[in-house]
Design a protein around this ligand. Structure first.
Ligand code: HSE
Length: 305
């Protein structure tokens, strides 16, 4: 063992309602902790949490990402990783992406930074493939870059950081599990042109609203006519949560990634806390355990501690 480094890798919200697989943002909290050491060969994963995630590198998100990196590394090396997950797997706030993003950032540091941000995102996407069967980058990119990110193209990668005004995110996490792979399988493979036109109007509106700091435009662009109508059926109380949040002053929101978490954006912290209180009151009637929290946007992404 030559050296070690420890990072905190943040939770993320993917899709941002209208931007399926192309938009995402990083949250300040919660974060996973990963400590990585350089070894002579192979990948050894040590879980320091109770989630019992697979230890075989090919079946583990961290392993999938680091194997992709090692394939392009000239040095004969390996890694030992201690992973402490705080972001519950299957929660819809980028648990797998945090593991993959934290691993590649830390490993690149130990290798003295041979890889670009784009390379690291590409490697981490191989970790996402282990988790969900799809190499989507919309959680990975904000986890690595921080802030709000736009995936203009996945193959080849073209990722743009989108400047955003202050925003506060209220998260509801119902304690049910939705597998991203299942939530992807149920989506329609073809959509109507008229729906596509509504959707790309909203995506463009959201990006313009974020860049202009136009909260009204952000609010009216947070509409999804393609994915939400299908996936929301998997989340008990989804319509109720959305209704009470909007009534309480949220700008808008929807399913976080593939769910079950739901997120709402607010202009200020006071409103975000009121939205949280309204969600707690509404959800308490449903007989489902849940957690809520409020976070700002994390503009840094994975950070060293
Ligand atoms: N864009 C992905 C999906 C995110 O919606 O399936 C999964 O977290």
């Amino acid at each position: 063992m030559l050296e070690e480094v420890t990072v905190l890798a943040p939770a993320t919200v993917a899709n941002l309602v209208c931007g399926f697989d192309i938009l995402g943002l990083a949250l300040e909290e919660p974060c996973d902790k990963l400590t990585i050491r350089k070894t002579r060969r192979g990948i050894r994963i040590i879980n320091l949490d109770g989630y019992n995630l697979p230890l075989e590198p090919e079946k583990n998100v961290i392993g999938g990402a680091l194997l992709a990196m090692l394939e392009e590394t000239r040095e004969e090396i390996g890694f030992e990783i201690e992973s402490t997950k705080v972001i519950k797997p299957g929660s819809g706030i980028g648990s797998s992406a945090a593991s993959a993003a934290g691993a590649v950032i830390a490993a690149n540091h130990l290798l003295k930074q041979p890889f670009s941000t784009s390379d690291l995102i590409r490697f981490a996407m191989c970790g996402e493939q282990v988790a969900s069967g799809a190499k989507h980058a919309d959680n990975i990119a904000p986890a690595i870059m921080g802030g709000v990110t736009l995936i203009r193209s996945s193959f080849p990668l073209d990722i743009i950081g989108i400047p955003a005004p202050p925003l506060f995110v209220t998260i509801l996490h119902p304690q049910i599990e939705i597998k991203t792979s299942n939530a992807r399988e149920i989506l329609k493979k073809e959509i109507l042109l008229k729906d596509a036109a509504i959707q790309w109007g909203n995506v463009a509106g959201l990006v313009a609203g974020l860049m202009k700091g136009d909260y009204e435009l952000i609010s009216r662009s947070l509409v999804d006519v393609i994915v939400e109508p299908i996936r929301s059926i998997l989340i008990p109380g989804f319509d109720l949560v959305k209704t009470v949040s909007l009534e309480t002053g949220a700008l808008g929101g929807g399913i976080s990634g593939s769910g079950p978490s739901v997120f709402m954006l607010s202009h200020d912290l006071v409103t975000a806390r009121k939205v949280e209180a309204a969600i707690i009151q509404a959800y308490s009637g449903l007989n489902i355990d849940f957690h809520t929290h409020v976070s700002t946007i994390n503009n840094q992404g994975v950070r060293f501690i």
